[in-house]
Design a protein around this ligand. Structure first.
Ligand code: NAG
Ligand code: NAG
Length: 387
């Protein structure tokens, strides 16, 4: 029954407006420059990505976010917006604008990571500890720079005691409650839709080619559709007149939950998390599988239709053990297998491909399960072994 609903929705769709990536010169792949600064991305477009045929860059969220200082600035603070101002650790609005223009000039598109499901966590605090210094009060659900107030959040429609998502089998919870405390915007409200569309349109007018939309599983498809319907066409300085923004939606669907990736197909492409998880098991030779088994790789392996999929070996969440995929996910920590999987992905025609460019971190701390004592010992050993 569920599947039927999905197929019907796709069949009735009004064309595939947001599926064209607008990559230039027949290019086929993009790269996620996770946490890179705008000024560095501009240079990278000119000296490497353009000359080497990259179609585009997924940038980290450009909107203003909370500043977390204890114990240090974590990457995930960028997924806790407090306004739609365009200043972040990656740089100023002027640097963002300069990067978009310079990358477009060498045929490399920019896709912005749009965090529109929520604002910061209910524990985000109050005051001006934000990347542009804008005042907000998470306790009061007050974000005057947008502005959003308590009525713009979903609390009334969330039925759990904690206010958080407690059961992923309950569609209403997943979409109307808070994801790990993140204040959940009420996208059914016209006002909220309008503010989000204004934010995305500001980026479109600056010259981005589209968006990765964060946490789409946690938003109702009809609400997203209403927001996408308000988006401007791309800036005709760089794109053909009438071009609609490319949209790829983060929906983690590994099976086993009532919310399905297919509910989002007609609105844009969708992240296929099964791709990296399954490719990882083959490349690692788990289950006795061989690379030659990949000759039937694609839909036959239970992956979504190729023209709906945005694929990757790992992403910023699952390379750290967050989000979907589990132990089979290959990352730069295993360089030989990682290169092999990435080369296979780029050579194989399934889906729109995204390469990951991340940074090295101290794996032993991030896992969070290592005691201070063990960490100290590890640090001493590392230190001594370098002497
Ligand atoms: C934030 O809101 C809470 C709840 O209304 C209030 O008690 C607190 O004083 C506010 N903080 C600031 C800094 O305005
Ligand atoms: C809550 O749910 C009802 C029924 O679906 C809907 O009419 C209403 O707009 C929702 N409220 C918010 C704030 O989303």
């Amino acid at each position: 029954m569920k599947m039927k609903v999905c197929i019907l929705a796709v069949a009735l769709g009004l064309g595939l407006a947001h599926h064209n990536s607008h990559v230039k010169h027949g290019r086929t792949s993009i790269v996620h420059l996770f946490e890179w600064r705008w000024a560095d991305i501009a240079q990278e477009c000119e000296r490497y990505l353009g000359p080497n045929g990259y179609g585009g860059v997924q940038i980290s969220p450009p909107s203003e976010n909370i500043v977390v200082t204890k114990p240090w600035r974590p990457w995930w603070e960028r997924y806790q917006p407090v306004s739609h101002n365009l200043c972040s650790r990656s740089g100023t609005e002027q640097e963002l604008r300069d990067m978009i223009a310079r990358c477009n000039a060498v045929g490399v598109n920019i896709y912005a990571d749009a965090v529109i499901n929520h604002m910061c966590s209910n524990e985000g605090g109050e005051g001006k500890h934000s990347t542009c210094g804008s005042y907000f009060n998470a306790t009061k659900e007050e974000f005057p720079s947008v502005p959003f107030t308590a009525q713009d959040f979903n609390d009334r429609n969330c039925t759990t005691r904690s206010g958080n998502i407690e059961d992923y089998q309950d569609i209403n919870q997943v979409r109307d409650c808070r994801l790990v405390g993140l204040l959940d915007l009420a996208h059914r409200r016209e006002y909220v839709r309008g503010k989000i569309a204004d934010y995305m349109n500001a980026l479109i007018d600056m010259g981005v080619a589209g968006f990765r939309v964060d946490a789409c599983k946690h938003m109702w498809p009809e609400d997203l559709s209403a927001i996408y319907g308000r988006l401007h066409n791309l800036n005709s300085k760089w794109f053909p007149a009438g071009s609609k923004p490319f949209i790829y939606q983060e929906v983690i669907d590994l099976g086993g939950e009532p919310i399905k990736a297919c509910e989002y197909y007609e609105m844009g492409r969708v992240t296929e998390f099964k791709y990296g998880a399954r490719l990882g098991t083959v490349v690692r030779k788990w289950n006795g599988e061989k690379l030659s088994d990949l000759k039937s790789w694609g839909e036959d392996w239970g992956l979504m239709p190729s023209d709906k999929a945005l694929v990757f070996v790992d992403n910023h969440d699952n390379q750290r053990g967050h989000g979907a995929g589990g132990k089979s996910i290959l990352t730069f920590w295993e360089p030989r297998l990682y290169r092999l999987a990435t080369a296979f992905m780029l050579a194989h025609p399934y889906g729109m491909t995204r390469v990951m460019s991340s940074y090295r971190w101290n794996r032993h701390i991030v896992k969070g399960k290592v005691s201070c004592f063990k960490w100290l010992v590890f640090t001493l050993i590392t230190f001594c072994s370098h002497q």
